[in-house]
Design a protein around this ligand. Structure first.
Ligand SMILES: Nc1ncnc2c1ncn2[C@@H]1O[C@H](COP(=O)(O)OP(=O)(O)OP(=O)(O)O)[C@@H](O)[C@H]1O
Ligand SMILES: [Mg+2]
Length: 268
């Protein structure tokens, strides 16, 4: 479990990114952190891997408090796909890029080759293994970054806007991957996203606004608070809006119908 306790972080005196945020990420769960631009989402992901360290509060991963001393061990369990895919390419081509993290783990050549192909296939990039990074589209870069992280088989996986450049098909591939990782491989997933359709599929949602957590809970409950979403500039997709409309009408009493509409959204 990841425990975030009253974290405060300011980049400079003026740039205060987090103003006391607490939450837990239970094992085997998929949690989405949502919020408007600049609300502090990516700052949280950087804190979780100790790229920056909080001025106040603490982060505890599986019972160990994150610090300069414990960070190297904790980092082994946390994989992150950063928001900007251009900043994370390290290999000369797709194959080397997916293999990069594995090389650090000193896996033998044959197993590595197998893993690279396996994960490239999962993100539909198997036919582009020899392509140079600068020749890829934004969405293809995101897929490669996702494959590279998933191949490492870490316990916690953070995806920071990792589907923002993907088309609906690409997003669906990633959603299916997340579901498999969670149910079959018991991974704990944190998605940072503007996409409420994606957030709706997760177990829990945390909403940030101006460096504060303003809501937390099951997507169905959090999304029912339209005022809160409006105040955070978060817009419900049409079918979730429809769900919300029914929820606020006399249909609300019909639990079966409401559940059916929600299920419809999840299966779509
Ligand atoms: N390197 C930095 N130096 C100074 N201020 C920063 C830096 N990075 C982020 N900030 C500020 O910290 C706040 C939170 O930024 P953060 O990147 O965490 O937001 P975010 O929720 O990820 O936004 P987005 O949805 O646009 O990715 C913003 O006000 C931002 O301007
Ligand atoms: Mg961000």
């Amino acid at each position: 479990m990841i425990e975030v306790k009253d974290i405060k972080f300011a980049y400079t005196k003026e740039d205060i990114a987090l103003r006391g945020v607490s939450f837990n990420i239970p094992d085997d769960s998929w949690v989405s952190i949502i919020g408007h631009n600049g609300s502090g989402k990516s700052t949280i992901s950087k804190l979780l891997i100790n790229l920056i360290s909080a001025q106040k509060g603490e982060i505890i991963v599986d019972g160990v408090t994150l610090s300069e001393a414990t960070a190297p061990e904790i980092r082994k369990n946390i994989g992150i796909v950063f928001q900007n895919p251009d900043n994370q390419f390290v290999g000369v081509d797709v194959e080397h890029d997916i293999a990069f993290g594995l090389e650090n783990l000193q896996i033998d050549h044959d197993s590595m080759h197998k893993l690279v192909s396996e994960y490239a296939e999962k993100v539909s990039m198997l036919d582009k293994l020899k392509r140079e990074p600068h020749t890829l589209s934004g969405g293809e870069k995101q897929r490669v970054a996702i494959a590279g992280i998933l191949a490492l088989n870490q316990k916690y996986i953070i995806l920071d806007e990792a589907t923002s450049m993907l088309d609906p098909e690409g997003t669906e591939d990633v959603v299916n991957l997340i579901k498999t990782l969670k149910t079959k491989y018991h991974k704990t997933i944190i998605t940072i996203t503007h996409d409420l359709n994606l957030a709706a599929l997760s177990d829990n949602v945390i909403v940030l606004r101006e460096g504060k957590k303003i809501a937390e809970g099951k997507p169905m409950e959090v999304f029912a608070d339209k005022k809160m979403l409006d105040s955070s500039n978060l817009e419900l997709p049409f079918d979730l809006d429809f769900y919300d409309m029914c929820n606020n009408s006399s249909l609300n009493g019909d639990k079966e119908l409401m559940d059916a509409i929600w299920e419809y959204h999840l299966k779509k």
